[in-house]
Design a protein around this ligand. Structure first.
Ligand SMILES: Cc1cc2nc3c(=O)[nH]c(=O)nc-3n(C[C@H](O)[C@H](O)[C@H](O)COP(=O)(O)OP(=O)(O)OC[C@H]3O[C@@H](n4cnc5c(N)ncnc54)[C@H](O)[C@@H]3O)c2cc1C
Length: 414
């Protein structure tokens, strides 16, 4: 697109920040609006799959994150009390050099935010967006009581899963299980693998996980994310129960978590995250485009949300670059991501109940069927490709290669 647009990016999560960087680099006038006075990351840590790493490399930000994050070679889970392995995804099944990187959410935020600041992109904090008026030629963003925030050529909705701008949604399902998350000090040479996301399950109704995160900032000590599956309706009971009762439950499932739990002394150290499953029927309308969790959202079981947010920012940038105007560019953006998004929405909806549900049948199927299947030579590579975001081309019609990091040395501790 030759003409330069006045673009509002709504929300400064990974999708908004990455889109702001791409669109600014294309010469558009970009402003970011965020509700928090002091924008910051929400939550604990996340895994960046090879597809997301490629976007960060494209933005020139990968080295900063590699210096902070923890290399992840496998996703590994045992059902208790038998100890039987029921999740075993190894990136090396795809070949040498493939791996993911786990990072503190704040590390990803700081790197993206730092790049936005260095580029001189304006971030208007403390602005809560309530709606968009699309009756005129250009979209008008509004705050509470209809107060006008501004008129733009394009509004990019990156407001996350609860965006007030998301249009008609095919169907929104509130998932019964969410999770408690806490950041805890990493124990070097401890009982947890430094290069794996590890989980323990009892049926599918109990699940604990430990993910090494590396460091939040250079020179800081290593951290891990500790998470515990919890139903939406059980949060009040969990608070009433007191921390000791909850810790005893976690330890019953996974005795080695004792030293990690010691650092949790207050409920406020744990964040409860709940998930919805939905896909926006059409991720754009006149002068408005939805990206990241505002366009689709699901449980984090497959660890795809942040990389989807990064990929979609790249897709939007490529579509704007290639389109003659917004009328052709926005449908092109939607086409680029359609099948990749559909596959993951489907896979996430299918796999989540095997690991988080009240079902007695699904975990039994998981224990006796999926685990041995996943160890078959072809199946292990297929699973690794699925988790890496590489089963289908992430950007249809666009040359894109997931990133294979040639870091085959020993995994660094925490
Ligand atoms: C517990 C948990 C674990 C996860 N683990 C992984 C993982 O391992 N790997 C992975 O890839 N993904 C993971 N995800 C998913 C990932 O975090 C999300 O998919 C990703 O953050 C979505 O990015 P986003 O920019 O679209 O939205 P968000 O990150 O939700 O950002 C939205 C931004 O908009 C702002 N905002 C919201 N409403 C308004 C408003 N009305 N006005 C102004 N500003 C507003 C918010 O403050 C926020 O800054 C996980 C998610 C959770 C909850």
């Amino acid at each position: 697109m030759n003409n330069k647009l006045d673009i509002a990016i709504c929300g400064c999560g990974p999708a908004g920040l990455a889109a702001a960087l791409y669109l600014h680099r294309q010469g558009h006038r970009v402003r970011i609006f965020e509700r928090f006075g002091q924008p910051g990351p929400v939550g604990s840590g996340l895994i960046l799959q090879p597809t997301g790493l490629a976007v960060l490399a494209d933005l020139g930000l990968l080295d900063h994150l590699l210096a902070l994050g923890a290399r992840i070679d496998k996703l590994f889970g045992r059902v208790m009390p038998s100890g039987r392995v029921v999740l075993d995804v190894r990136y090396r099944a795809m070949g040498r050099g493939w791996q993911a990187v786990a990072v503190h959410r704040a590390a990803l935020f700081d790197v993206l935010r730092g790049a936005v600041r260095a580029a001189g992109i304006e971030l208007i904090a403390g602005t809560t967006i309530e709606g968009v008026d699309q009756r005129g030629l250009r979209p008008v963003l509004t705050a509470a009581n209809g107060a006008v925030i501004g008129t733009f050529d394009l509004a990019v909705d990156a407001l996350g899963a609860r965006s007030p701008l998301t249009g008609p949604i095919a169907r929104r399902t509130a998932l019964a299980y969410g999770a408690l998350w806490a950041n805890v000090p990493w124990i070097a040479q401890g009982p947890f693998a430094a290069n794996a996301l590890e989980q323990r399950y009892r049926r599918a109704s109990e699940m604990a996980g430990v993910l090494p995160l590396g460091r939040r900032a250079p020179g800081e000590p290593g951290q891990a994310a500790l998470f515990w599956s919890l139903k939406r309706g059980a949060v009040a009971d969990w608070r009433r129960q007191g921390l000791d009762g909850w810790k005893a439950q976690v330890v019953r499932l996974w005795p080695q978590t004792v030293p990690l739990l010691e650092s949790i002394t207050d409920h406020s150290q744990l964040t409860f995250a709940q998930y919805d499953h939905f896909t926006a029927a059409r991720p754009y309308s006149a002068g408005l485009v939805h990206i990241g969790d505002a366009a689709r959202s699901t449980s984090p079981q497959l660890g795809q949300g942040a990389i989807m947010a990064l990929l979609v920012a790249l897709a939007l940038a490529r579509a704007l670059e290639g389109g003659a105007d917004l009328t052709s560019a926005l449908p092109a953006y939607a086409r680029m991501r359609r099948w990749h998004v559909r596959l993951f929405q489907w896979a996430s909806a299918m796999f989540t109940p095997f690991y988080q549900s009240d079902s007695a049948v699904l975990p039994a199927v998981r224990d006796w069927l999926t685990a041995p299947l996943s160890r078959l030579p072809v199946a292990d590579a297929l699973l690794a490709r699925l988790v890496s975001g590489m089963t289908l081309p992430p950007l249809r019609g666009v040359k894109f290669r997931a990133l294979r990091l040639e870091r085959d040395g020993p995994a660094k501790d925490g």
